[in-house]
Design a binder for this molecule. Structure first.
Ligand SMILES: Nc1ncnc2c1ncn2[C@@H]1O[C@H](COP(=O)(O)OP(=O)(O)OP(=O)(O)O)[C@@H](O)[C@H]1O
Length: 359
């Protein structure tokens, strides 16, 4: 079997190579350049150290190694999506878009199609059920990364391999240490790769500039201060509002009037909700419900968290509506809602949290 292993130089994907070799495979290693260092030299993804480590891993295990570039594709698919979403007042998820469009999209079209499988260091597993492949959760429920994979399609999931998905993170680190891999002690990456070392606000500022507006207390309508543009603020955000007498939380944004609404207190009720409307829902493997009346029991996530929340899902026209059992904090339009079966074992699919304020 021909396997392409996507290796970033981090501990997880380094151990992927070890695991594959142990299983008797001879993967070709690919490092993808996806930072933005060629755009005016502004956004700098720290690629060189990663490449050095990946190259060391390739040598150690005697694997073919290719460095490929998807800079432009990354810009067109992920960065522009991020800027567009933020401009519309939404909360984007660049990492999910990167998996769907870059790692398993453009990579497949350019190089992956020559291989039988693509292996990554994601904490996830696949399950064969009813002659089909299903994305399923990792043995390490805290590290589980299926949330970030919730947008992939059937073609993609049936080609993927997650050689460390059945291990705990501590076991992965132990293997790396035992094998003397240089990545053993590296810190986990923090996502949003293209930002590299630059500050998120600088990045947004560069593309969207400033548009000063009011910060208003939701409950009283009192003007509390000024912000530099609604795109600098996200629902659920607590830090960086520059208001005294806090904590303050961003609860709502009025894009048309450029107003940020905030609530005060350590745990204001206004930051919670129980209903999540998902638009453009797509199933990864298959639509297991079809058109249905009433509700189905599920678990779900509205962001990458260790916990799965229980809820019921119903279909209302094109919208899938989740009624959560527990109140959930910071339901932000634009983020993805990822839906799992009742046991939080199979990842079924995802949709975008709808903007309730849009007309
Ligand atoms: N630049 C890259 N080139 C090739 N593959 C990559 C790259 N970045 C990430 N990947 C792949 O995607 C997986 C998940 O990426 P993520 O950014 O979540 O890294 P991570 O969880 O810190 O894993 P790692 O420790 O391998 O970096 C990685 O394990 C690797 O297989």
């Amino acid at each position: 079997m021909k396997i392409a292993a996507l290796v970033s130089g981090g501990v997880d994907s380094s151990v992927v190579v070890h695991q594959l070799k142990e299983q008797g495979y001879d993967p070709t290693i690919f490092y993808i350049r996806i930072g933005m260092e060629d755009k005016d030299g502004y956004i700098d993804c720290p690629a060189e150290e990663d490449i050095e480590i990946t190259s060391y891993i390739a040598k150690k295990y005697g694997c073919k190694f290719e460095i490929v570039s998807l800079h432009e594709e990354y810009w067109e698919n992920v960065v522009s999506y991020t800027i567009e979403a933020v401009k519309r007042g939404l909360t984007p998820n660049p990492d999910m878009m990167c998996n769907k469009m870059i790692k398993f999209g453009c990579f497949e079209q350019n190089w992956g199609h020559e291989f039988d499988k693509i292996a990554t260091g994601h904490y996830a597993t696949t399950t064969e059920l009813n002659d089909k492949t299903w994305l399923s959760t990792a043995a390490d429920h805290v590290k589980d990364q299926t949330y970030f994979l919730g947008q992939i399609n059937y073609m993609q999931v049936s080609k993927l391999m997650f050689p460390i998905g059945h291990l705990q993170k501590s076991e992965v680190r132990a293997i790396a240490a035992q094998q003397g891999l240089p990545s053993a002690l590296r810190k986990d990456s923090q996502g949003i790769c293209f930002l590299g070392k630059i500050n998120y606000n600088d990045f947004i500022g560069r593309y969207l500039g400033e548009r000063p507006g009011k910060i208003v207390e939701l409950e009283t309508g009192k003007i509390l201060g000024k912000h530099n543009g609604y795109w600098y603020h996200t629902i659920g955000q607590r830090k960086g509002l520059g208001l005294s007498g806090g904590p303050w939380f961003v609860i709502k944004k009025d894009i048309k009037r450029n107003i940020i609404y905030v609530s005060n207190g350590y745990d204001p009720d206004t930051q919670y909700g129980k209903v999540v409307n998902l638009a453009g829902f797509s199933f990864i493997t298959e639509d297991i419900w079809g058109d249905f009346e009433g509700t189905r029991d599920i678990t779900f996530k509205v962001r990458h968290t260790p916990e799965f929340t229980r809820g019921k899902i119903e279909k209302i026209g094109d919208i899938y509506r989740i009624q959560s059992e527990e109140k959930i904090q910071g339901i932000a339009a634009g983020q993805f809602g990822v839906v799992y079966d009742e046991e939080s074992r199979l990842c079924l699919g995802s949709g975008v949290i709808a903007d309730e304020t849009a007309e």
